[in-house]
Design a protein around this ligand. Sequence first.
Ligand SMILES: Nc1ncnc2c1ncn2[C@@H]1O[C@H](COP(=O)(O)OP(=O)(O)OP(=O)(O)O)[C@@H](O)[C@H]1O
Ligand SMILES: [Mg+2]
Length: 496
Amino acid sequence: MVAVHPHHNPPPGVGAAHQAEQPKKLPPPVSTAPLGIYAKPSPIARAHASGSPAAVALGSDVPVPQRLRKAFDDFVADKDPVVDAEDLRTLQAIVLRSAQSLFTNQFDNDGDLKARIAEKQKAYGDPPAWLDDHVFGNRDMLTKQQDCLNFILRTFQRREEQDNLLRAAALQKLGEIGRRRDLRAIMPYVRKGTAADLYHGLNAVKQIANRRGSPQERGGLEHDPEIGPLLAKPALSDEEKTRVIEAVLQRGTITEMEKLKGGSNYNEVYFVTFKETVPRPDGKREAIRGVFKPERTWVDKDRAYFSREVAAYEFDRSFARTGLVPPTVEAVISMNGGHELGSLQYLIPRSTPLGYRVIDHGGERWEYHSQHLPLLETPELKAQLAKLRTVLFVLSDPDKVQCNVKSQPNLGNLLVDDQKKLWMIDNSYSMGAAPQVDAGILPKKSEPEVLEAIESADPAVVVDALDDYVSPKDAKDVAQRMKRAIEELRKRPILS
Ligand SMILES: Nc1ncnc2c1ncn2[C@@H]1O[C@H](COP(=O)(O)OP(=O)(O)OP(=O)(O)O)[C@@H](O)[C@H]1O
Ligand SMILES: [Mg+2]
């Protein structure tokens, strides 16, 4: 983790086609809203919340039992404590040993977990038994079980066989007995874990949500001190509109859900309608709508998609600042008699794809919709396309314009709205989930606003922001490509 600097420009507003001069005011942090219990605040939010650093371990002057107790409590409470390596090993040994006896296999359903724990125990010593009572205090049996599994997820993080198998068993068991707050320990693995983490974590999240209700409390936004007044306003600035949309996606009341028919088989797409409304350009009000894509797993799928949709928005919101990505959040939604976890993106009203697919002679090609052809010649759209290409390179997203990875553009993933603004959707096939794009995708002329934005972004902060959603390697690759884009674009003529 690195120190996070606040950004001094607000995120571009939804609908801000051509940005006016940036006001100096700091954008409202996402964390001021009570996010879902699992949601991570954005880097901006974390910069604001400077008063709550990671929990500090107690010093060596404090007796061992107290130190271990505090560390255990802090791990389970999501405080990300910094703990002395020896204390950590002792604690892990205690937790493995305790879990081994807490899960008794009475119903023949703890066998896998116990076997995985036994494997791991071989590498650990046997600390004095009297320490156990100090660590667990007066927790009841079920709480001990839950907290041990939670702790196991927090501290056995390696991407190697033994840890993978132990986590898979712990995730399965938490699916059976976990609490809503255990989602905080589970979610990082769903977002950016191994294929097995994704599979078992996703199941655990759904089972917990089915038992306890969605972790995302929805409704009541009209009483929210910040969002309530905005919902009542007859007109909103772009920035205000973005705030409202983010909050509604996270906590708005869903009135309708409709499945998109057709589309590719990989992704189910649902259109969600909210009770909350925003003013249209003509002043009339319209319900906010969203596009929900439940996360699915299949053979060979090794990375989550929903977290990439959210990461693309975060990257643009906080760093590239093009306004091309519609607001996108994580959501657990109650549907089909159960719950689904996925990405929920603002549905751009009155938008049409830039083009359509034509299948002929067994191949496919893409044609622009004729009504958009004149638009393509305008300087406004050329600037937006140059920004788009810059972002596509940095995120390594081959799924929109023709590039080294795909010989055809996917013009269905580029939308144009009635304000002649361009939007990029379907942003999950990126950041390592797809083959790497090369610099050929960058615009021939450099667009100064996006260049300036990425020049002023600190690569370390970019990594810190994105590795909430994608693996450390995928996050570093984004920062690396951002540097590369800056180098390349500086050499190119400026788009005027
Ligand atoms: N944010 C959005 N605003 C408006 N319409 C959207 C949005 N996201 C998706 N759609 C609509 O839903 C359709 C399917 O969405 P999307 O392209 O994201 O999913 P997909 O099933 O993965 O598509 P593909 O066929 O490209 O694999 C889009 O073609 C578009 O019509
Ligand atoms: Mg698509």
